[in-house]
Design a protein around this ligand. Structure first.
Ligand code: AMP
Ligand code: MG
Length: 451
């Protein structure tokens, strides 16, 4: 056991070579300082950006009571009068059929969205009204046009069953979407399509967002070749840099691709210093194991502080985390958090999603957004020993009974990137959990969401 002094001053006892995932996530978040800088961007460029301050609604939305239907607006008091008259007439059996609670009104004029009706309305009158048109003064209820019978010259009279409408029906109230002076959206919100439209509905043209986080990344390994280059004997194509670039794109950070670095301590140190100079966070892949060509952890130790270098996690055991300084020693130059991710392509992705992604979001100023876990039945037996968290690749589907079911992919190799493309979820096997029998309950984390 080692004592880790975190920068925030907390002191906790952990094994830095085999941290439980939850402890690693907590330590990483302790080391994160959210970006302070912000900038104004036009609405059209605000999608996926992080809101820097609460947005207060400058107006009521909608700005006036308006109709939710195409129909006829009238004073709902007439409904009560009609229904009372019906009760009266029902006492005289002969009049029962004739009365039947029918309300008859004269059409006094028309109201369209953008063209209000401004005249006065008599108690026995109504206004033909279209969806979105302001409610005329004195009207509080709309009867949909499908419910009325029209008669008279120019359909100037309508009749409908008073039972079928309640007072206040089909009227949208002023400020019902957003009230003037209320908080429309809170700081820390990662902006979605609806949010952009919501700002537009408030009449805003631009919005204050956090500056984009700068994330530098590179691959390490003498065996790596770039796509497009010939594949020399014993070499492989560098896929991690492309996976990382794509995952960073999804987070809308400013991604800085620093290419491939050979397994040479001097080259690695130079690139790490350059990365710390230019970025807030540095991601590397490979070279964090205990092999003879694994230099990342040693460099991290030289250029800064190491928090941990191993997780009780599969895939993803070798993961180094800490802080490096562009000047080459702690305190010199610009500091950046460093995640030394494992080289195996699935481990790179799993550690990115489980450890790096929440940290990047927090650093970008986003409010925490836990990824939902969904209960499912596992369709096959799964081997696992307690004492580490596993993120197996699975294919989930919803059965006819509405229950989620999941099948692990045939291969669970951390080198087989195809399993990530084949899968649509992680099967999350908790730290203490042992293996599963077919049919056992398990949590899954779906890859895809709607928005
Ligand atoms: P390492 O942690 O450097 O020992 O790498 C572990 C495994 O991942 C080895 O089989 C490497 O060849 C492979 N690997 C490392 N980096 C990459 C990369 N950028 N793209 C694809 N595979 C990689
Ligand atoms: Mg390597």
């Amino acid at each position: 056991m080692t004592t880790l002094n975190t920068l925030s001053g907390c002191v906790t006892r952990y094994d830095p070579q085999a941290l439980p995932v939850s402890a690693a996530q907590a330590i990483v978040l302790q080391w994160v300082t959210p970006l302070a800088a912000s900038e104004r961007v036009p609405l059209a460029d605000a999608l996926a950006r992080v809101l820097a301050a609460d947005v207060i609604s400058p107006i009521d939305v909608p700005a006036h009571d308006n109709s939710a239907m195409d129909g006829y607006a009238f004073d709902g008091a007439a409904l009560e009068t009609t229904l009372e008259a019906e009760v009266e007439s029902a006492r005289e059996a002969s009049a029962r059929e004739a009365a039947a609670g029918t309300l008859t009104l004269n059409v006094a004029g028309k109201a369209f969205a953008g063209h209000p009706y401004t005249g006065a309305i008599a108690p026995d009158a109504c206004v033909r009204i279209m969806t979105g048109a302001p409610m005329p003064a004195g009207c509080d209820t709309v009867v949909p046009q499908e419910q009325v019978k029209c008669s008279g010259p120019d359909n100037g009279r309508i009749a409908f069953a008073a039972h079928a409408v309640t007072r206040g029906a089909n009227r949208r109230r002023r400020g019902e979407d957003l009230a003037k002076g209320g908080v429309a959206l809170r700081a820390g919100r990662v902006l979605r399509a609806s949010d952009i439209g919501l700002f537009a509905s408030l009449g805003l043209t631009d919005v204050e967002v956090k500056q984009r986080l700068r994330v530098a990344y590179f691959s390490t390994g003498d065996e790596l070749r770039s796509p497009g280059e010939p594949l020399d004997a014993g070499c492989i194509y560098d896929s991690n840099r492309y996976t990382l670039g794509a995952m960073l794109k999804r987070l809308d950070v400013e991604a800085i691709d620093l290419g491939m670095v050979r397994d040479e301590p001097a080259a690695l140190a130079a690139t790490l210093k350059l990365a710390a100079e230019r970025a807030d966070v540095v991601l590397t892949s490979g070279g964090v194991s205990v092999g003879e060509a694994d230099f990342t952890r040693a460099q991290l130790q030289k250029l800064g502080d190491v928090a941990f270098w191993g997780l009780a996690m599969r895939p993803g055991r070798p993961l180094a985390f800490g802080r490096i300084w562009s000047g080459g020693t702690p305190g010199a130059g610009h500091a950046a958090l460093l995640f030394g991710l494992p080289g195996n392509p699935v481990a790179t992705m799993v550690t990115f999603y489980q450890i790096v992604r929440p940290a990047l979001l927090a650093m970008a100023g986003a409010a925490p957004q836990p990824v939902p876990l969904i209960p499912a039945r596992c369709e096959a037996a799964v081997k696992k020993r307690p004492g580490r968290t596993e993120f197996q690749r699975g294919r989930a589907h919803r059965g006819e009974d509405g229950q989620w079911r999941v099948a692990p992919t045939d291969s669970q190799s951390s080198g087989a990137l195809s399993t990530m493309s084949e899968a649509n979820c992680f099967i999350v096997l908790a730290h203490e959990a042992a293996g599963l029998d077919a049919g056992d309950a398990v949590d899954i984390m779906l890859f895809d969401g709607l928005v």
